[in-house]
Design a binder for this molecule. Structure first.
Ligand SMILES: Nc1ncnc2c1ncn2[C@@H]1O[C@H](COP(=O)(O)OP(=O)(O)OP(=O)(O)O)[C@@H](O)[C@H]1O
Ligand SMILES: [Mg+2]
Length: 264
């Protein structure tokens, strides 16, 4: 078995990852490990680099420094402009499902076509198999009747759930969710949390979830991190991190304006 698929190889390792845009240092020496089959939740104030971190994981952004290991392969060393690297990058990317912060659905496609899109692009599934899989994914996100609707006919929360269905369409090894619960009412947010837990249990998917929702973090995370001003200020097993009472984390959970996290 290649090392990349051994069950002990971490799903993700970041090793000293730094990224700046001009003078704006967004990630500053971030190092962490995400075990296979774990649910890692990253908290952090707005504008602190959480989405940039996700983009580095799938090679949509290249860090200035550091390694981004995905199942043992360094994504940060791959240059999308070089054909050989690009093939490797696409192969690694296929192991990810990504729920973008803004949903990013194709507006000119129906819901069903949106969810089917990755299957059409990346698999040789028959039309009937795709239809069955699309129905399954839409049922899982609680939208069994939305197949022939267009995104513009849906509420923001419904669009988010369609985007989630599309993210899990290829039953990826790692699902990256950028604020899955934002824009959802509390009941729907809880439903999505249950879905993440169910997929984790039944399909063994690894999740990296970015959220501002501390209740969501408590519910689903086995590992919690807090990113603040580009630094990973705390990271570890959920119960340890919550017990540690780190001042920035305490401030975050208490929704307080007093503390180390300052509004710029
Ligand atoms: N492509 C880019 N070019 C220049 N600056 C960028 C780029 N992408 C992100 N940034 C900057 O990086 C910083 C972090 O942005 P990021 O989107 O990661 O924040 P975030 O933690 O996800 O915030 P939020 O919780 O509001 O989504 C911001 O200052 C942003 O302006
Ligand atoms: Mg973001």
């Amino acid at each position: 078995m290649p090392e990349a698929d051994s069950s002990t190889t971490p799903a993700i390792v970041l090793d000293g990852v730094s990224k700046a845009f001009g003078a704006n240092v967004v990630l500053d020496e971030v190092s962490l490990t995400v075990r296979q089959r774990s649910i890692m939740v990253m908290l952090g104030p707005s504008g602190t680099g959480k989405s940039v971190l996700l983009r580095c994981l799938v090679g949509l952004l290249r860090p200035d420094k550091g390694r981004v290991m995905v199942f043992g392969e360094d994504v940060a060393s791959l240059d999308a402009g070089v054909a050989k690297d690009r093939r490797q990058l696409f192969r690694i990317r296929r192991r990810f499902g990504m729920l973008f912060q803004d949903g990013a659905l194709f507006d000119d496609m129906t819901v069903g076509e949106n969810v089917a899109f990755p299957m059409r692009m990346h698999t040789s599934m028959s039309a009937a198999e795709i239809r069955a899989s699309v129905d399954d994914k839409l049922r899982r996100v609680g939208l069994p009747k939305a197949t022939s609707k267009f995104p513009s006919e849906l509420s923001g929360g419904m669009r988010k759930r369609v985007a989630f269905a599309r993210a899990i369409a290829l039953e990826p090894d790692i699902v990256l969710c950028d604020e899955p619960s934002s824009g959802l009412d509390p009941v729907m947010a809880a439903t999505l949390d249950e879905l993440i837990l169910e997929l984790h249990k039944t399909l063994g998917m690894t999740f990296v979830v970015i959220t501002h929702d501390t209740a969501e973090a408590r519910t689903i995370a086995d590992t919690i991190g807090l990113l603040s001003r580009g630094k990973l200020v705390t990271y570890g097993p959920t119960d340890e991190v919550l017990r540690s009472n780190h001042p920035a984390l305490r401030q975050f959970f208490a929704r307080s304006t007093e503390g180390p996290i300052q509004v710029l």
